[in-house]
Design a protein around this ligand. Structure first.
Ligand code: SF4
Length: 741
């Protein structure tokens, strides 16, 4: 694990994690001297190779690399430099390692496009696929896919600029480390796959704004990616081939070509012409420019096995059961239909919310999230499927380590494995059919929502929904690959994504040691990522060794801190005690208020203000270690730490990090600067929130809707009464033990 000594708080997002601005640049070299792109193959004869599980996901991205262009152009800045900064920042938000923008010279166009041969097979396989998602428009997604697979919608001859996206490749697995048999030969494909994810989203984004754009990957492309990388100032031609600064040949590429006028970067001078002092001097080693990558903060897996992950989970205290009470035999299973976004969509919460939820309007109203949604929908078609007939691996301990190694290798931020008890499954699926739990093992994964963008955001402004969707999309891709890998080994497995999931994830995160219950309510807080995360779960029948729950002092901390309750714009977070709800002990929030605000707020799209303002939303600096240590080890210090957090201004807006445009979907389909005041909030340290003054509602199993997809009006008065009837875990146990009768 590396060390970060300097904050990046003054560094603009479009500059990225590497100090590329310190490199010397010059004139564009002769591109005809650049060798043919490296071949990257997504298939292997070794049955357990992860490449075989990555294959369909790469093909799916290739299938939708083009698409329809919004007929009405959006209103975006005329300044081409601002456009380039914006698009680069979007790529860095998506975790690209390096991004460059250059011209699209004729010498970088291919005479014959490369087409991934897997697309046709995938198209045939999907034509018979059945899905049962609550997400509206799955038929539209299928129609969209078929159209994209048949013919390109944009004319590349009109494209004049190329955005080149470079992702660092994970190191090659060590010969004897867990999972090495799965990961061998997958480093460059993994980097190319992640670059493709960004390219496909960005191309869709540009088309939604009204300009032509097409994504290009190593497996499907109309351009020479290496030549474009040179033209865009990312790569240099060295004696051994094309190299990226700081990374050498360990990278994967993708590109977006577009007709949108953009400012271009100058090309890089070769290594021999760079000043060593500027590129590798003390500034680089210490990270004084604020760039996250430095000599002392390099690849976390350089000397660490993949299965351990990038964060030191091995240092945490493990306990037999979660730090909050779960009355397992009495947890009430509820239908999928109880999800507040489903209730809004079916009209349970009135017409205003139904309109806000219809067709995923709360996602489509902001352009970045609208761009992410297409790929999210496409991945639903891959998240489940039949297992291969032969079972290849049966050792539970080995399986667990290999699954963790593969998940971290691909880029998941934390993984935990547990049993998947029946009570963690919804009772009925999205169609109203009863669910017979098919799997008893759960692989829980979490994805960081990203500190940098969170710094510039209020949590409930125009980037909020894209922050969530980015993390959900990452799980859909990487969790989906892990599920496919398990099926390739002969076991049943399903990735439960935001679009189609059948398990309640918070209890599984608790069981698998990924966090503890926090005041925010249904958000499980992780000691290294705080609440700034989204989760996903893969369920399976593969034998797996389990992790144990963790105890890092969160219960004492949240008891002493109520910053999220104070800062919640809808007043949905309780300032009171933990109470028993459906068999779980949690700080029960008012999900109705929360969902109502997220769907209907006019100053932004969705909300994650609790995550923004929590003291555990940390940057990951060395200087933050004392806070984390005191928070975990000295429960009595929690009130002082929470106050200190306010005093140092944490949770405030950092304008240096605001890269997105406040565009809103108009009635004609274009995105235009919003006419409404943007939610640009400051923290309110002087505000007092008292539990006695709060009116909260809750809908336990006895107030749950029927399981079918048609309306069931919500009775808020009954919900308020139900909240008032909730009791503490101690009282609940006393009554259970017969103390009341
Ligand atoms: Fe807990 Fe405070 Fe974070 Fe809320 S803001 S989750 S109370 S630590």
């Amino acid at each position: 694990m590396g060390v970060r000594l300097f904050s990046d708080k003054k560094r603009a997002v479009h500059l990225g994690p590497f100090p590329l601005e310190r490199l010397s640049r010059g004139e564009i070299p002769d591109l005809s001297a650049v060798p043919e792109d490296r071949e990257v193959v997504f298939a292997s004869d070794t049955p357990e190779s992860l490449l075989n599980a990555m294959r369909d996901y790469q093909a799916m991205m290739d299938a939708i690399r083009d698409g329809l262009v919004n007929r009405t152009k959006s209103k975006i800045p005329d300044d081409i430099a601002e456009r380039s900064r914006h698009l680069k920042a979007f790529c860095y938000f998506n975790d690209a390692s390096m991004v460059g923008i250059g011209a699209l010279p004729d010498s970088a166009r291919r005479a014959t496009a490369i087409k991934n041969p897997e697309i046709d097979r995938l198209s045939y396989d999907l034509s018979t696929k059945q899905t049962k998602t609550l997400a509206s428009g799955i038929d539209m997604i299928m129609a969209d896919l078929k159209e994209s697979m048949s013919a390109p919608s944009t004319d590349i001859d009109t494209h004049s600029s190329a955005l080149v996206i470079l992702n660092e490749a994970p190191r090659a697995p060590w010969q004897d480390e867990p999972g090495s048999g799965w990961l061998s030969g997958a480093s460059l494909p993994a980097a190319a796959l992640r670059a493709s994810e960004t390219a496909v989203v960005l191309a869709n984004y540009i088309r939604l704004l009204g300009w032509e754009a097409r994504a290009h990957a190593v497996t499907s492309s109309d351009v020479h990616l290496g030549r474009l990388g040179v033209a865009a100032g990312l790569l240099t031609l060295e004696s051994g081939g094309l190299e990226a600064p700081y990374l050498g040949e360990s990278y994967g590429l993708a590109a977006v070509t577009t007709s949108m006028p953009l400012e271009h970067d100058a090309t890089l001078l070769p290594k021999a012409m760079q000043s060593w002092a500027r590129t590798h001097g003390p500034n680089w080693w210490l990270g004084t420019s604020g760039a996250r990558r430095s000599g002392v903060n390099g690849d976390p897996f350089r000397k660490r096995a993949f299965h351990l992950g990038p964060h030191p989970f091995e240092t945490l205290k493990r306990v037999e059961s979660p730090t909050t009470y779960i009355d397992e035999p009495n947890v009430a299973r509820v239908p999928k239909r109880t999800d507040m976004f489903a209730r809004a969509q079916f009209g349970d919460m009135g017409p205003a919310l139904q309109n806000g939820a219809k067709g995923g309007h709360y996602v489509r109203k902001a352009a970045p999230s609208s761009a992410q949604r297409r790929l999210l929908g496409a991945f639903v078609l891959l998240q489940d499927g039949p297992a291969k007939p032969q079972r290849l691996q049966s050792d539970a301990a080995k399986n667990a380590l290999a699954i963790k190694a593969a998940s971290y290798f691909l880029g998941i931020d934390a993984v935990g494995i547990s049993r998947c008890p029946e009570w963690a499954w919804y009772s009925h699926d999205a169609t109203g059919a009863p669910i017979e739990p098919p799997h008893d093992q759960a692989i829980s994964m979490i994805v960081d929502q990203g500190h940098e963008t969170m710094e510039g955001a209020s949590g409930d402004d125009w980037i909020s929904v894209a922050q969530s969707m980015r993390a959900y999309l990452r799980f859909s891709l990487l969790g989906g690959i892990i599920a496919a890998q398990i099926r390739n080994l002969g076991y049943s497995a399903k990735a439960h994504t935001v679009m189609d999931g059948e398990v309640l994830q918070p209890p599984l995160l608790l069981l698998s040691g990924l966090g503890e219950v926090s005041r925010i309510g249904e958000v499980i807080l992780n000691p290294f990522l705080g609440p700034r995360l989204k989760s996903g779960v893969v369920t399976t029948d593969m034998p797996l060794a389990h992790d144990m729950p963790i105890d890092f002092g969160m219960q004492s901390f949240c008891e002493a801190c109520n910053k999220c309750a104070r800062e919640c714009p809808s007043g949905a977070i309780t300032a009171g005690p933990k109470l028993m709800f459906n068999g779980y002990e949690i700080w029960k929030s008012d999900s109705q208020k929360c969902a109502t605000y997220r769907i209907t707020t006019e100053g932004g799209a969705m909300c994650g203000r609790c995550m923004k303002t929590c003291p555990w939303n940390l940057e990951g600096l060395f200087a933050e270690k004392p806070f984390r240590w005191a928070a975990m080890n000295l429960p009595k210090s929690a009130p002082a730490l929470a106050k200190l957090d306010d005093m140092v201004g944490k949770g405030r807006l950092n304008p240096a990090k605001k890269w997105w445009w406040d565009l809103e979907l108009s009635n004609d389909g274009a995105y235009r600067p919003t006419a409404k005041p943007v939610n640009a909030r400051d923290i309110q340290p002087d505000l007092e929130v008292n539990y006695e003054d709060q009116t909260l509602a809750v809908y336990p199993a006895n107030l749950a809707p029927h399981p079918w997809p048609y309306p069931y009006a919500m009775d808020r008065e009954a919900g308020i009464e139900a909240y008032q009837a909730l009791v503490t875990a101690e009282e609940y146990q006393r009554r259970k033990d017969g103390g009341d009768e």
